[in-house]
Design a protein around this ligand. Structure first.
Ligand SMILES: C[S@@+](CC[C@H](N)C(=O)[O-])C[C@H]1O[C@@H](n2cnc3c(N)ncnc32)[C@H](O)[C@@H]1O
Length: 413
């Protein structure tokens, strides 16, 4: 028979029976996409890998622990034949052919009636790459093309304008700690599609320079109003632009809901009926210590970490933090917005029982080119901050984890 190109199609498998024969590496690789497609998966195999077992235990697939038997494919819409037994695979693909069930065969693409393309996802589309015919099949080449397309769409080197009308509204995007590479893929995509971006002082400001000239960038720190009016002014700016039918991105540092007033903005938008998407971000509370070589937890050292705002001093009546309780914890304390008040904070922790020689690290402008780390103890931190001129933004880490480094495990033995 002359070789014709394969006909590409997207199978809508939700609730439809898909039979997978064999529970080895091939099944392990293919099952997640079938599960994601909502298929009703029956897996037939005497043995499975631990990952496949976990999918069965989680109820994502139904596992029949036995070898393939004639009739297994009778009611299937689609089949994946991947047992280690070529003879069983041949019998199963003959059954699939008789029942007109499209089937992929891992050991013999020529005998299969369907091929799995190399797939990837970007911007709400699935990219699927197939070679034209069996002779030209080269899975590495198709995977490389898939990677090139998906990467290109993600980093903007492949431009694919949207022609459908975009939904106007606001996206509250957590931009991560500052390094432009540490924003999420979704955040970056929404940024690339925005008409208006309202950005904070913290976060990946370098990304703003990459925006096309028609995008209006508003610096939230410069919105003219008194200090206490600033949030209301930002809310109003979000509402005003969204009401004009624009796609508005509110770009925030770290995660929008970690000391970011994100929910206040969501509430203000909800009050006037404007849709708002929230995109989580990598919070500085974990990523900045991490970038400076400090794990917030470490086996045998810290079983908890507590993230605290230090923007008001412990003796300030507005403080909602129970500092005496924090002094009793044995885990890691991570303090944001605490540079100005660190002297009072350290004093309070020591007064309530935290050892004065507890290690402290201050990481200023973490993940940016200007990152620097200054180490001290609770006893010395106030003086160190003055002497070293540590300035906000900085994350302060208090606890034994500060001294855990790449070689500490070896030293501790
Ligand atoms: C208003 S809070 C916002 C926190 C943010 N939502 C998050 O999840 O990271 C600002 C504080 O976060 C910390 N911070 C944010 N980015 C930082 C960075 N790149 N380096 C050091 N500290 C940072 C500082 O303590 C700063 O004062």
């Amino acid at each position: 028979m002359a070789e014709h190109p394969a006909y590409p199609v997207g199978l809508r498998l939700t609730g439809r029976r898909v039979v997978v024969l064999g529970g080895g590496q091939v099944a392990q690789r293919r099952l997640p996409a079938l599960i994601a497609a909502g298929a009703g998966i029956i897996l037939v195999s005497p043995e499975v890998t631990p990952s496949v077992q976990a999918m069965a235990d989680a109820g994502e697939i139904t596992w029949h622990q036995r070898a393939y038997e004639e009739g297994d494919l009778a009611d299937a819409w689609y089949a994946l034949i991947a047992t280690g037994d070529t003879e069983a695979n041949t019998r199963a693909s003959a059954e699939a052919e008789r029942n007109r069930v499209w089937c992929v065969r891992s050991d013999d693409a020529d005998e299969a009636t369907a091929w799995t393309p190399a797939t990837g996802h970007s911007e709400g589309v699935t990219v699927a790459v197939l070679t034209t015919d069996a002779r030209g099949r080269d899975p590495r080449h198709t995977a490389a093309i898939r990677d090139a397309v998906v990467e290109g769409l993600r980093d903007g080197t492949l431009v694919a304008p949207h022609h459908r009308t975009r939904t106007p509204g606001v996206a509250l995007v957590g931009g991560g700690p500052g390094d432009p590479d540490l924003i999420t893929v979704r955040g970056r995509r929404l940024l690339a599609e925005a008409d208006v971006v309202i950005a904070d002082r913290l976060g990946p400001r370098d990304l703003l320079a990459e925006l096309p000239p028609h995008v209006e960038v508003i610096d939230a720190a410069k919105i003219p109003y008194g200090r206490y009016m600033a949030q209301e002014a930002i809310n109003n700016a979000l509402i005003e632009h969204a009401k004009q039918g624009k796609s508005v991105v509110r770009l925030k540092g770290g995660d929008p809901y970690v000391f970011g007033r994100g929910m206040e903005e969501v509430q203000a938008l909800a009050e006037v009926g404007i849709p708002c998407t929230v995109v989580p971000g990598i919070s500085s509370s974990i990523s900045v210590p991490s970038a400076a070589g400090i794990p917030v937890t470490h086996r045998g050292v810290a079983h908890e970490f507590t993230v605290v705002s230090g923007h008001v001093a412990p003796d300030d009546e507005r403080s909602l933090v129970d500092w005496p309780s924090l002094a009793r914890l044995t885990g890691t304390l991570v303090i944001l917005m605490g540079v100005d008040k660190i002297g009072k904070i350290a004093e309070t922790l020591v007064a309530h029982g935290k050892p004065a020689d507890t290690p402290v690290a201050l990481v200023q402008e973490g993940t940016t080119a200007a990152q620097r780390r200054v180490d001290a103890t609770l006893a010395t931190v106030a003086e160190t901050v003055r002497a070293e001129d540590v300035k906000p933004p900085a994350v302060i880490v208090i606890g034994e984890v500060v001294e855990v480094g790449p070689t500490a495990g070896a030293l501790r033995k």
